[in-house]
Design a protein. Structure first.
Length: 212
């Protein structure tokens, strides 16, 4: 029987920081004592070390299968679908370690956004500006953390739009401005990597897991 590598917050040992990292273990413990923690799961430090010690770009065998199973549980718990165009589930991917390292850990927010799920998010919130602001933030954060694209490339395009819109504060940018920025950021990613920004949420998730 293969070793389990992915643990839901409901089943992980909250005392085992060496296996789940400090953040992961704490989330498991808080969930199990009844605190209001969004559903989620932790990939073990053993899986992480196996990946880092290997010469392969592939995650250890079985990890993404377990991740898919856990994502189904999160979908069931939230009533949302990962990649669903009408009721999209967006997730955060965070790194962790056995010891506390403030400011050293990476985080990617709003993972799961793409051209289709963005429209679902806008419809649900009724706020087009918020939707495009979330999208452009996700593209930049994913580009920086997961694809090693320098912030400066995104900042340059962001500032061009601010200048053309004659605004000095980010809050002054309209939904159309933020849509323009999002499209520019997608172009930055494609130019920097030679590939379009990944639209498939599970591809986004696997890339993010490898990166953080």
């Amino acid at each position: 029987m293969s070793k389990k590598m992915v643990f839901s917050f409901k089943e992980g040992d909250g005392k085992n920081k060496h296996l789940l990292g400090g953040k992961g273990a704490n989330l498991c413990e808080m969930t199990q004592i009844g605190l209001n923690v969004p559903p989620g799961f932790v990939i073990s430090t053993e899986a992480c070390l196996e990946y880092l010690d290997s010469d392969s770009d592939d995650l250890p065998a079985g990890v993404m299968d377990e991740v898919h199973e856990q994502m189904k549980q999160v979908e069931d718990a939230t009533g949302k679908g990962f990649g669903d165009a009408e009721n999209p589930l967006l997730v955060s991917v965070r790194s962790g370690s056995a010891m506390s390292m403030p400011g050293m850990m990476d985080t990617i927010l709003n993972l799961g956004l793409n051209a289709k799920t963005l429209q679902g998010e806008i419809t649900q919130t009724g706020d087009e500006r918020f939707g495009y602001d979330s999208y452009r933030r996700f593209i930049q954060l994913f580009g920086k953390v997961a694809l090693d694209i320098p912030d400066e490339l995104f900042d340059e395009e962001f500032n061009k739009v601010k200048e053309s819109a004659h605004v000095t504060e980010d809050i002054g940018l309209s939904a159309d401005n933020l849509k323009d920025i999002s499209e520019r950021f997608l172009a930055v990613v494609e130019q920097a990597t030679g590939r379009p920004f990944p639209e498939d949420p599970y591809e986004q998730l696997e890339i993010a897991v490898k990166a953080v």
